[in-house]
Design a binder for this molecule. Structure first.
Ligand code: IMP
Ligand code: MG
Length: 177
């Protein structure tokens, strides 16, 4: 079994908090006075979702979660996205904002975006705190991106390496040891 060690900090908790506040402000302006269904993609979203939803104001927000899984303990995604836990609400005619920890190959989000759009949502947008454009395998962009990052494996702020390090308050880079 692989072991991972944090070798450097990419973003501090203060930098992340600042960016999350900016994203929350933008989302608040874009959906002002409207109803918004925020759908967090578990497990990685749990820290970002809790911070982001508290930065959204003057919007009628409801929060839900789905769990998707495309691979186990390895660090490479493939196209086989599986819904482990689905939404418990009807999203037809709703504004949906998918909240994700990181956009990597894009397989997970393109699958989920299509799934939710096919259920008749009025709009489906994506907010991700981190994005690795160099790793994209499918053509997808998020509507709201916290930080674009280089192709390094990162942990913390909800992101894991084999379930470890989700609790770090900063974003760190790991190497396999
Ligand atoms: P995608 O389907 O390849 O875009 O993968 C998205 C999922 O892969 C994310 O929700 C993460 O769970 C995971 N992932 C991708 N890159 C990283 C990383 O650098 N650190 C931790 N998890 C990652
Ligand atoms: Mg993960």
């Amino acid at each position: 079994m692989s072991e991972y060690k944090v070798v450097k900090t990419m973003f501090t908790k203060e930098q992340i908090a600042q960016r999350v506040a900016e994203l929350g402000e933008k989302i608040s302006q874009d959906y002002k006075g409207q109803k918004l269904i925020m759908v967090g993609i578990l497990k990685g979203c749990f820290v970002f979702m809790s911070d982001l939803c508290r930065q959204v104001h003057d919007v009628d927000v409801r929060t839900f979660f789905m769990q998707a899984s495309s691979y186990g303990a390895s660090t490479a995604s493939n196209g086989n996205v599986r819904i482990v836990q689905d939404l418990e609400i009807d999203i037809s005619d709703e504004n949906v904002l998918i909240v994700e920890d990181i956009l990597d190959s894009g397989h997970t989000l393109s699958y989920i975006r299509k799934l939710l759009a096919d259920r008749g949502a009025k709009s489906v947008k994506i907010c991700t705190i981190f994005s690795k454009p160099a790793r994209r395998k499918v053509n997808i962009d998020a509507d709201y991106v916290g930080y674009e990052i280089p192709d390094e494996f990162v942990v913390g702020y909800g992101l894991d390496a084999a379930e470890q390090y989700r609790n770090l308050p900063y974003l760190g880079v790991v190497e396999e040891v």
